[in-house]
Each structure stands twice: as C-alpha cells, then as structure tokens.
Design a protein around this ligand. Structure first.
Ligand SMILES: [Zn+2]
Length: 233
C-alpha cells in the first residue's frame, strides 16, 4: 500500500466518524430535547415577568390605598368644617361644594384604579397558574425525552468510540507530514482527498492543468488549485 492509498483508507474511516458525529448532533430526539428545554426556559422567563408585574401592581396598590385614606380623611375633615362653620354666603357655599366635589372625584378615581389593579392582578395570577401547568407538562416531556436520549447517546457513543479506534489504528501507518497536510486541507475542504476524474478534480469538478494531471498520474502529491484537495488517482 502506498502512503496515498493508506491515506484514502484513513479518510474513509475518518468520514465515518464525522458522519456519525453529525448524525448524533441532528438526532431527532436531541432536537426535540433542546426544543423542550427552550420551552422550559421560556416558561421560567414568563413566570418571572408576571411575578415582577404583580410586584409592581402590589406597590401601586399600597400607594393608592394610602392616597384613598388621605382623601377620605380630608373629606371627613371638610364635612366637619362645613358643619361647624357653615357657609355664610353663596360664594363660600360654592367653594365648599367645589372642594367636596374635588375630593369625591379623587376618591372615585382611586377606587376605580384600585379595582382595575385588583382585576389585573387576578388575571396575572391566572396567567401564573397557566405557566405553572405548562412548565409541569414540559418538565415531564423533558424527563421522558432525556431518558430516551441518554440511552441513544450511550449507544451511539460506544459506536463512535469504536470508529475512532479504527481511525487511530489507521493513522499509525501514515507519515506525520502527510497527516498534517490532510488535517490542514480538512479545515477548508471535506473530505480532503479527491479522485482525478478525467482531467478534473473529483472534489470540486474544476479542470486541472495538464502538468498537474501528469504529476498525479506519476503518483506525486498534487493539490487542486481551486479547492485545495489532494487529488489522487
Ligand atoms: Zn478541487
């Protein structure tokens, strides 16, 4: 076996490792598992968002309750004042009426906002409940998928280890500089070796100069000018 033939042999084992690794990455179970994890994270985010909205509402509710108490007290004080110092003319009476109306309007607005916030808070609690239900559902789904995936992963990993052992075994016979070249080419062109097809590079299908074709036929190492692959017979 020439070094190039050994390298071809090595490449076929190397390709098998890459193929299995890609297959493992694209495993439908793995993709479902990742999607499920995304869903779980999304529900966690939703929960936190709702929680912070509820906390803002609670703060606002406290402030509104205080404002309401103050307005009610002011109204009581005003009513007492009106009883103890009744209006003596129509202007004073109008001023009292305006003050009472203003306080009553404020009270009404505070009460409206309080009841709106209470309703919104109830909606948020309902949303929180829905999120909890969804989270529990995804969590169960995740656990079930994880079990399947772990078994699949363990099996594929065993398979992968066996293929990697073959690759290592085949690498032993290949000169270090040739192996280095192979790995360099692999960074940009996969697989790194190509066959001469007519006078074209079998990797990228581009024509090779006649000098290069001759060299290849003489068993020399020639890299394709276009894709950089090592072109062999
Ligand atoms: Zn090429």
């Amino acid at each position: 076996m020439t070094n190039l033939e050994k390298l071809w042999d090595y490449q076929s084992a190397d390709v098998a490792v890459d193929r299995l690794q890609n297959e493992m990455k694209r495993s439908p179970t793995r993709i479902k598992l990742l999607k499920c994890r995304e869903n779980l994270e999304e529900q966690q985010k939703n929960y936190k968002r709702i929680e912070s909205e509820i906390s803002v509402m609670a703060d606002r509710l406290e402030a509104l309750k205080d404002a309401l108490t103050r307005a009610e007290n002011s109204l009581k004080a005003l009513q007492t004042k009106i009883e103890t110092a009744p209006a003596t003319n129509s202007e004073e009476a109008a001023a009292y009426i305006a003050d009472v109306r203003k306080l009553r309007d404020s009270i009404l607005n505070y009460e409206k906002e309080i009841s709106k916030i209470r309703k919104d808070a109830q909606d948020r609690e309902k949303q929180q409940h829905d999120v909890k239900v969804k989270y529990a559902k995804y969590k169960n789904e995740f656990a079930a998928l994880k079990e399947v995936y772990d078994a699949e992963y363990a099996e594929k990993t065993k398979e992968l280890e066996a293929l990697k052992a073959v690759v290592q075994e085949k690498a032993k016979d290949i000169p270090a500089d040739l192996m280095e070249k192979y790995q360099q080419i692999k960074h940009h062109s996969v697989p790194p070796l190509s066959k001469l097809t007519g006078d074209k590079c079998g990797g990228c299908n581009m024509n090779l100069p006649s000098g290069a074709v001759r060299s290849i036929k003489n068993g020399e190492f020639v890299e394709c000018e276009t894709c950089g692959r090592l072109v062999t017979l």
